[in-house]
Structure formats: C-alpha cells, structure tokens
Design a protein around this ligand. Structure first.
Ligand SMILES: Nc1ncnc2c1ncn2[C@@H]1O[C@H](COP(=O)(O)OP(=O)(O)OP(=O)(O)O)[C@@H](O)[C@H]1O
Ligand SMILES: [Mg+2]
Length: 356
C-alpha cells in the first residue's frame, strides 16, 4: 500500500517537475522575447535619436542659410537705397551744375571785355588829365571823393581776382558734372584722372586748414600714364570720394592727436596710378594718419562697421566701395595699414569690361 503511494507520489512529482520545466521554458521564451523586444525598442530609439540629430543639424544649416539670405537681402537693400540716393543726388547735382553753367559762362566770358573797357576808360581819363591838368573844381572834388588814384591801381587786381573766382566756379561746375556722370549709367571709356581730379575739387574745402584743423592737407598726385578705362565712371568716383573722405577724417584725427604744429607733422594724401599689365590698372590712395589696428582691418568692408561717432559715420562707405570695385567692375580693393603708419587703399580694375 505504502509502495503504491510512493509510486504515485513519484509520478505526481515527475508531473509537477515537467509542468515546472515547461513553465520555466515558457518564461525563458518570454524572457527571450522580452529581451528581443527591448533590443528592438532600443534600436528603434537609437535610430529615432539619430534622425532627430540629423534633422537638428539640417535645421541649423537651414537657419544659417536663412541668416546668409537675410544678410544678402540687407546688403541688397543698402545697395538699393544707396544707389537710389546717389542717383537722386546725381540728378540734383547735374541739374544745379547745368543751371549755374550758363550764367557763370556769361560772367566769365564778359569779364575780360569789362576789364578791357574799364582800362580803356581809365586810359582816356589819363589822357584827359594830361591835356587838362587843371579841371573844374567839381571834377577835382569828384576825383578826390572817388580816390581815382586808388581805383587806377586797384582795378587790375580786382579784375584778376574776379577772373580767378569765375574760373574756379567754372572748374567746380565742370567737376560736379564729371563727378555725377549722369549720362554714364553703362560702362564707358573714361580718363580715370579726370574722375579723381573732380573728386578732389569737390573735397577741396575739407583739405584746407580750419579752426579744428591747424594745417592744410597736402595732396600729392603721382599719376602714371593710364589708358582710358572702361568703367561705371560715376560709381568709381563714389569710391574715390569715400576713400578720400576717410583719409581726410583720419588725418583730421591725427592732426588733433599729433598736434601738427608742434610735432612737425604734415598731413598728406598721396594718390598714385599705374598700369599693372596689358589688362589691369592700379590706383592707390595713401594717407599718413594714425593707421588702422588689426581687429579693425578685418571688419573694414563690413556694412555698418564704423569707429566714428554717431551721426558722423554710417559705416557704409567702404562696404559700398567694395561692392562697386569687386562685384561691379570685377576688380580688387585692399587696405594695407599698420597702426602709426597711415593707411593705403589699393584699387585694381581691369581696363576693359567683358560682358559677364
Ligand atoms: N584711411 C583710414 N584711416 C584710418 N581708419 C580708416 C580709414 N579708412 C577707413 N577707416 C576705418 O574704417 C571704418 C569704416 O569706414 P567706412 O568708410 O566704411 O565708414 P565710415 O567712414 O565710418 O562711415 P561713412 O558711411 O560715413 O563712410 C571707419 O569708421 C574707420 O574706422
Ligand atoms: Mg567713410
């Protein structure tokens, strides 16, 4: 009886073991399945992270692209505003120059006749005096009153200075017309030296000594034998104007700092031109101001970069000049400078423009 019990117990136990084993196998399978599933999940998670990272980089790139586009748009806007301003100013300047040109031509043209007539009348008076040394009292009194002797001596100088003034107005009017070059919206073959000279005439007033500038700025021209150059003359004159105005600003600052009268400092701008080779010419504009520090040099041509006081500089002069030289004319614009040694701006442009 007891034997049967053992046997049945054993069977039961075996059965239980089998059941347990099956359960164990199942749970092992489940565990395996779970493990696989978590591996899959981890892989999915990793690929999702990778995709996220990739799209983040793509977003960053897009952001940078947008920033560049925005920068370009801003630059374009500046250029448009500036060229709009310049062409409006050009129309105004050319209009005024044209209006002044006629009356000043009358004055200039007639001055030499007026001088001759006046001298004739004076000569006639002299003859009268020789033939009638004792005129009537009224005539003698008038001679005294108007200081005839002084008029005779001074009238020559007077006419000379009037001629000089009229010549100067003619020169300024001519320079204004050359400078605005309204007629030259397209590439034209011009004499670069005319453009530089007309810009110098317009800036002439700034080179003169004044209350805050104790000495004149000396202009040295070292012009080479340049051929006529195909360019946008009006725009090129803008570049000369910007660089020369900057040099003048720098020299005014140097004069204040170096106290020109004490230190024997002669503020000077040297303009040199030369032919580089068959196809290119070079114009350099150098001043002996305070020069430009390295960190400023890297930003010189950036739009809106200025070291000048608010209201004095907009920081657009050189960035516009760069565009005119590099983009419009396919040339080079560089600045060579070291603190204390002044600055030298070098413009290189092709003699001929080939349609791009
Ligand atoms: N010849 C120079 N000597 C020293 N610094 C210069 C010279 N030319 C330019 N710079 C520096 O470069 C900066 C930028 O010149 P830029 O002509 O672009 O602007 P700006 O003269 O300040 O203003 P504006 O728009 O009125 O020309 C100036 O503020 C100045 O610091
Ligand atoms: Mg400037």
């Amino acid at each position: 009886m007891q034997d049967i019990d053992y046997a049945s117990r054993l069977k039961e136990l075996e059965k239980t073991i089998r059941i347990l084993q099956k359960k164990l196998e199942r749970s092992e399978a489940d565990r395996q399945q779970l493990e696989n599933a978590s591996e899959v999940r981890e892989a999915i998670l990793k690929s999702v992270i990778r995709e996220l990272e990739a799209s983040q980089i793509a977003l960053e790139n897009r952001g940078q692209e947008l920033e560049t586009i925005l920068g370009n748009l801003k630059a374009l806007q500046i250029k448009l505003v500036e060229s709009e301003k310049m062409s409006a100013l050009g129309v105004l300047v050319a209009g005024i120059a044209h209006e002044i040109n006629n009356p000043v031509s009358f004055i200039y043209g007639n001055l030499s006749y007026a001088n001759n007539y006046f001298q004739d009348v004076l000569d006639l008076l002299e003859i009268y005096q020789q033939h009638y040394p004792n005129p009537a009292i009224a005539i003698q009194e008038k001679i005294k009153e108007i200081e005839l002797q002084f008029i005779q001596e001074d009238s020559k100088k007077l006419f000379q200075s009037m001629m000089c003034g009229a010549e100067r107005i003619c020169e300024i009017v001519k320079s204004l017309r050359t400078f605005s070059r309204l007629d030259e919206a397209e590439f034209k073959t011009v004499d670069i030296h005319d453009g530089i000279d007309s810009t110098l005439v317009i800036l002439n007033n700034r080179f003169k000594a004044s209350s805050n500038k104790l000495c004149d700025i000396q202009i040295i021209r070292k012009y080479g034998n340049l051929p006529l150059v195909e360019c946008y003359a009006g725009q090129l004159n803008q570049v000369f104007m910007n660089i020369l105005a900057n040099a003048t600003d720098a020299l005014e600052e140097a004069v204040v700092k170096k106290k020109c009268t004490q230190d024997n400092f002669n503020p000077t701008i040297e303009i040199a031109t030369k032919v580089i080779n068959h196809d290119w010419i070079e114009i350099s504009i150098a001043d002996n101001g305070l020069g430009i520090a390295e960190p400023v040099q890297t930003k010189l041509f950036d739009p809106f970069f200025t070291t000048k006081d608010i209201g004095k500089g907009t920081g657009l002069g050189l960035s516009i000049s760069y565009k005119i030289i590099v983009e419009l004319h396919g040339g080079n614009l560089e600045c060579h400078s070291a603190p204390g040694t002044g600055a030298n701006f070098i413009i290189q442009i092709p003699i001929r423009q080939y349609t791009k």
